[in-house]
Design a protein around this ligand. Structure first.
Ligand code: ADP
Length: 517
């Protein structure tokens, strides 16, 4: 692949490939359908742009991100590659002109938004043009199991299949669990694809979960040390974005606010200000970020837990794209779960989709509570194993004292075991508390031998304890809107007294725990 390396140097001015890039490019050029899962900032674009340069004809790039298309086409122009895009940002005349030029084979790369594509267009393009490769960016959008399903992606496979000469298909995404990757390959009808999963670990990011703090104070202290750094604060709702934006200004820092409720002009303006460091802190909902490539974001702070780990890591991963040390902080409160659950319930998905979202939410919750290395937890989730502990996340750095909670664990596990997987965490906590709740009494749960076993603790703390046991894998929650809790195989050794359970706890929890013994 000398040619590829030469082009990398000549066209892009880079000395070497990043992890995975060369194999992917080689695979495509040799004629293999491809499914590549590379983290945000991993350098996906080059993986299809270089093959486009190496192969004769026009490569189609399907991408849902209008702003990203423009950025990419601009930067391709800067390095002397002919490229264009077709999306809703073009006026009718411009659109026709691009299409006309495209039909004459003037572009090496043509970016197209999936909504813009239809069967006749595919037909015409493929009759008139030599299309060696179709690159599908953000390919997880084709999967119901992904976190950003877009129905327009579903049509692609059919159209591609009906093209007179089926081009190679290369699908790219930053976030796909193994399940989603399988689904992408099936939905896009990839032909015996080569699969690549690389580089999810981001060694320059320090991940932390911070819980049980006064968020406003935390933010104040945090920003004080970072006045001259660029950072993004993500909130779950537009209203919160406005509020937190206001708080940041109270602290005397310029902040931009970005969410879907603002006009296109306002958003574009704020984005530019942030990009050129006129505004240091961007407070935004998840509407911000698709395709932004600001290298020097030093921190990404989540004001609340997002709905799934894919979204979290994608958003957090916008920190440190230049490779410099950066921080990703998640402020977490157990109540965040309720907010996310509400968002799912109010969402547009059907029942199946909602139940998938609920199980993703539980995984996010587990991340927020785990004591495992956070970097390991995430890459494991994305199917990459054998990554060493990072040594700098909040779990790795946690020096707090470990408390023996084996007895508490036995009580909780035996109670949940006796409830036979028919109830949720809230009900299990009520039983352990010995609550006189009407539903509980109606089910006769006060007759369980474990009823009231943990009455010395507040009910909320018992629920937290149960969630902790879920996060550590001793119990599991079912999928669906009203998840029930049941034991996993890991519970047995604890119940049999063969395994001890210790928990690293903050002072307040420590007091409660010691009160029980
Ligand atoms: P993403 O995977 O998020 O689409 P990009 O393709 O936008 O990532 O690449 C992220 C950044 O890394 C870009 O600024 C890109 O120019 C740069 N980059 C990609 N490949 C290399 C390389 N081999 N050497 C140096 N920089 C690279």
């Amino acid at each position: 692949m000398e040619k590829a390396l030469q082009l990398l140097k000549e066209v892009y001015g880079y000395d070497s490939f990043r992890k995975g890039q060369e194999d992917i490019i080689e695979g495509i050029v040799e004629g293999h359908d491809t499914l590549a899962i590379l983290p945000t900032g991993g350098g996906k674009s080059i993986c299809y742009q270089l093959p486009a340069l190496l192969l004769p004809g026009t490569t189609l790039v399907i991408s849902p991100l209008i702003s990203l298309m423009k950025d990419q086409v601009d930067s391709l122009h800067r390095v002397g590659v002919s490229a264009a895009f077709l999306n809703s940002s073009l006026g009718a005349a411009e659109y026709r002109e691009v299409l006309r030029n495209a039909m004459q084979g003037e572009y090496k790369l043509l970016y197209v938004a999936p909504e813009r594509l239809d069967a006749p267009m595919f037909q015409t393009l493929s009759e008139q043009l030599h299309i060696p490769l179709i690159a599908i960016d953000e390919a997880h959008c084709v999967s119901q199991w992904g976190h950003d399903f877009r129905p327009s992606y579903r049509q692609l496979a059919g159209w591609i299949g009906r093209m007179p000469n089926r081009p190679l298909v290369a699908a790219f995404t930053a976030t796909a669990t193994e399940e989603v990757a399988d689904d992408i390959a099936a939905m896009l009808r990839l032909n015996n694809p080569r699969r690549y999963v690389t580089g999810f670990a981001r060694p320059n990011l320090s991940l932390s979960v911070v819980s049980g703090v006064d968020k406003k104070r935390f933010l104040k202290d945090f920003l004080k040390q970072r006045e001259d750094q660029s950072g993004i604060i993500y909130t779950a709702t537009r209203k919160e974005a406005e509020e937190v934006g206001g708080i940041v200004r109270q602290f005397g820092l310029e902040s931009g606010v970005y969410h879907g409720g603002l006009s296109d002009t306002d958003r574009a303006e704020t984005q530019e200000q942030f990009r050129f460091d006129q505004v240091r802190v961007m407070v935004a909902t998840n509407a911000f970020g698709m395709g932004i490539d600001k290298p020097n974001v030093r921190y990404v702070l989540h004001w609340q837990m997002p709905g799934d780990l894919e979204s979290y890591y994608q958003e957090a991963g916008r920190a440190g794209r230049d490779g410099e040390e950066s921080d990703c902080i998640l402020l977490f409160e157990p109540a965040d779960m309720q907010v996310q659950r509400f968002l799912i319930e109010q969402g547009t998905g059907d029942t199946e989709r909602k139940s998938i979202q609920m199980s993703k939410l539980h995984m996010m919750m587990n991340y927020s509570r785990t004591q495992r290395c956070l970097q390991q937890f995430i890459v494991d989730y994305f199917g990459e194993s054998d990554v060493p502990v990072c040594g700098k996340c909040s779990s790795c750095l946690d020096k707090s004292e470990a408390v023996d909670r084996t007895e508490d664990a036995k009580m909780a596990l035996s109670c949940v075991g006796r409830m036979k997987g028919r109830f949720g965490v809230t009900m299990a906590a009520k039983v352990l508390k010995g609550s006189r709740d009407k539903r509980l009494l109606g089910f006769g749960l006060d007759r369980l031998t474990t009823y009231g076993l943990m009455r010395h603790l507040p009910e909320k703390e018992i629920a937290d304890w149960l969630y902790w046991l879920v996060a550590e894998g001793y119990m599991r929650l079912s999928e669906g809107q009203y998840p029930t809790v049941s034991l996993t195989a890991s519970a047995l050794p604890v119940l049999e007294g063969k395994e001890m359970i210790s928990q690293r706890v903050r002072a307040s929890v420590r007091q409660a725990a010691s009160a029980s013994s």
